[in-house]
Each structure stands twice: as structure tokens, then as C-alpha cells.
Design a protein around this ligand. Structure first.
Ligand SMILES: Cc1cc2nc3c(=O)[nH]c(=O)nc-3n(C[C@H](O)[C@H](O)[C@H](O)COP(=O)(O)O)c2cc1C
Length: 357
């Protein structure tokens, strides 16, 4: 069985190791364009030894952003702003991914993450918008969204493809479709937020149709050599919601449509889900998907310890470990983790004097 610092090849892309940076909203873009801050933020992960860095949720349309400060990929300018950072990553052998997202009914917020506002929903004057969703059902504390028409859904599939095409041109190595955490695609496949009666609601097949269409459309824009990931919420942790059994059913269907890895997260679609949180609390979801279907899976969630991360890989529960908050605390976590595990890895030449041994 492989270990945390063993390389992983998916299609024709080889990742130096399996310690990956999970996407994290930074609420610091202007008109959807990343800024100097993003260079410092992503640059620290790049020089910190992660095998893959995935850029935060990035709107495929303006109304697809989570906040008024989230990046977008609906203009060429937004895409081109990533090119220098991708170049930097490649100079260190690090792969760069980007998460293509639509926030649905949980969009249109202020820059919530960085305490710049005393209210959560952005007004039109601040650049806010009317949100959309499969059904006119609000998430707790958010406005009631407008139900999307069938025509609008079909247009969004094209918008996802256009964003994918821009990301490919910008030089990204991996694309990830954000279908988790109560955002638009999750809202469609979860019966808790989708009460439609047309071909996009009701049965498992209908609820997953939008995600399947987006997956095919995005794959179509990508070279064969390039991996496609889909982040799902493997469970709503709520009676009557989406289940791990349905996730296990969905994974091979997405694989058939060209997805290579299921980035397995959970929750986010209802405010009162009863989630049992603890170190590695979502590992069993990735393990179920990988173990039952054979489809590659990554895991995320309260993984902080090198031995814990290594055990997840060496026991075959997941193919890669994603981490978010631990990377905020220590962007160079992989360099430290390799030392703890006694694995020799190449440090960026500028940092070698920081080595213990
Ligand atoms: C500041 C912050 C921003 C986040 N933004 C995103 C995002 O853009 N897309 C996403 O899928 N998950 C996002 N997440 C969730 C993380 O990617 C991750 O799944 C979650 O934090 C659990 O991992 P951790 O325990 O290692 O932090 C965010 C988490 C944090 C802390």
C-alpha cells in the first residue's frame, strides 16, 4: 500500500505526494479577480511541499460566487490572473487545481470570512444579487431563492463548460466541480432542497441529472491527460436527506462520465444536521466509496497529524488527504510531516536551512 509521500498518478498527471490543500474561500477577490493576497496565500502552500493546491470555490457566473469577494472564471481577465501562480507551482513540481462552483441559495454574501461586514447578505449597492436554487426554499438565515427554469439550468451547464475551458487555457492541472456543502449542485441532488417535479427533481436519476450534465460538459473541455475531481457531500447527516448509499451509487456514474476522483466531504445543506465531528470524521465516507466501488477518493476533515494522514493512505481508506485549517496554521505542513514520518523529500532550495536534520 502507498504512503502519504508516495506519488500518485491520475491519467497522465503525477502528484508528488498525497498531502493536498483543500479549497478555501478567502473573500479577497475584486470583481472576481484574484489579488496580491492570493499570490502570498497560495504561494506559501506551493513552497510548503503540498502535492496539489486547489484554489477556492470560483464562480462560473457572477451569481455563482459565494460572496462578493469570491473569484470567478466568467471572464478571460479572471482566468489570466492565475497564470503567474500556476507558473510558480510548476517551477516547484506542484500541481494546481481550481474548484468550479455555483453557490446557489447560499450565494450573494458579504466578505463573511474576514469580519469586514456586520451583516451577511450583500445589498445590491454592495454588489449582491438575487440567489437561485432548484426550488424556492431558503437555507436558514438566507433569503428565499428563485427557482431556476429548465432553460437556465441548461445555460448553467454551458457556463460551467466555458469556465472549465478558461481554466484549462490558464494552465491548471486539475479541475474540481464543487458539488458539496449545500451549494447549487448539492441543492439539486439532495431531496431536502430539491422539490422539483420536472426532469431535474424527484428520483435519484432526476436529482443527479444536473451534476451529471455538468460533469460531462466540463470533461468535454479538458484534455484526456487532465484529471477531473468532483467534491460531493457524501451525506446530509439528516433524516430524509442524501445518503452515503446514494453517494456510493453516484460515484461510478460520475466516473463513467469522466470524473477521476471523488473528493469526499459532507453536510452543509441544512443548518441543523447532526454531524458527529472529530479527527478524520469523514474518512469512512471516502473509504466506503473507494472500497465498495473502486473509484478513487480523497478525504478531508480534521486531519492534522502526520501519522493519522499516513495511516489513512497506507490502510487504503483514501487515495489522498486534503487539509484546510491545518494548512492555514502551517502552510508548510508537508515539510514538517515528512520529517516526523522520517521520509526524505526535496525542500525548495530557498528553505533548506530550515531543515532539522
Ligand atoms: C476558511 C475556509 C474556507 C473554505 N472554503 C471552501 C471552499 O471554497 N470550497 C470547499 O469545498 N470547501 C471549503 N472549505 C472547507 C474545507 O475545504 C474543508 O473541507 C473543511 O475545512 C474541513 O477540513 P479541515 O478540518 O482540514 O479544515 C473551507 C474551509 C475553511 C476553513
Amino acid at each position: 500500500m502507498p504512503h502519504l509521500f508516495d506519488p500518485l498518478t491520475i491519467r497522465e498527471t503525477t502528484f508528488l505526494n498525497r498531502a493536498w490543500v483543500s479549497p478555501m474561500c478567502m473573500y479577497s477577490a475584486e470583481d472576481g479577480v484574484i489579488q496580491e493576497f492570493h499570490h502570498a496565500h497560495l504561494g506559501a502552500f506551493i513552497t510548503g511541499g503540498a502535492g496539489l493546491v486547489i484554489v477556492e470555490a470560483t464562480g462560473v457566473v457572477p451569481e455563482g460566487r459565494i460572496s462578493i469577494g469570491c473569484p470567478g472564471l466568467y471572464t478571460n481577465e479572471q482566468a489570466e490572473a492565475f497564470t503567474p501562480i500556476i507558473k510558480l507551482a510548476h517551477s516547484y513540481g506542484v500541481k494546481m487545481g481550481i474548484q468550479l462552483a455555483h453557490a446557489g441559495r447560499k450565494g450573494g454574501t458579504t466578505r463573511i470570512g474576514i469580519g469586514l461586514s456586520d451583516h451577511m447578505i450583500a445589498t445590491p449597492e454592495e454588489g449582491g444579487w438575487e440567489t437561485v436554487a432548484p426550488s424556492a426554499l431558503a437555507f436558514e438565515g438566507y433569503p428565499v431563492p428563485r427557482e431556476l427554469t429548465t432553460g437556465e439550468i441548461k445555460q448553467l451547464v454551458k457556463d460551467w463548460a466555458d469556465a472549465a475551458s478558461r481554466a484549462v487555457k490558464a494552465g491548471f492541472d486539475v479541475l474540481e466541480i464543487h458539488a458539496a456543502h449545500g451549494y447549487l449542485l448539492h441543492e439539486f441532488y439532495s431531496p431536502l432542497s430539491n422539490h422539483r417535479t420536472d426532469e431535474y427533481g424527484g428520483s435519484f436519476e432526476n436529482r443527479t441529472r444536473f451534476l451529471r450534465e455538468v460533469t460531462s460538459a466540463v470533461r468535454h473541455e479538458m484534455p484526456d491527460s487532465m484529471p477531473l475531481f468532483v467534491r460531493i457531500s457524501a451525506s446530509d447527516w439528516t433524516e430524509g436527506g442524501w445518503t452515503i448509499e446514494e453517494s456510493v451509487e453516484l460515484a461510478p456514474i460520475l466516473k463513467e462520465l469522466g470524473a477521476d476522483l471523488i473528493d469526499t466531504s459532507s453536510g452543509g445543506n441544512v443548518h441543523n444536521a447532526k454531524i458527529t465531528v472529530g479527527p478524520g470524521y469523514q474518512v469512512h465516507f471516502a473509504h466506503a466509496i473507494k472500497g465498495i466501488t473502486g473509484v478513487s477518493a480523497s478525504t478531508v476533515g480534521m486531519i492534522t497529524d502526520p501519522q493519522q494522514a499516513d495511516e489513512i493512505i497506507s490502510s487504503g481508506k483514501a487515495d489522498a488527504v486534503m487539509m484546510a485549517r491545518e494548512f492555514l496554521r502551517n502552510p508548510r505542513w508537508p515539510l514538517m510531516a515528512a520529517e516526523v514520518l522520517g521520509v526524505k523529500i526535496e525542500w525548495p532550495r530557498q528553505l533548506t536551512r530550515g531543515k532539522k536534520a
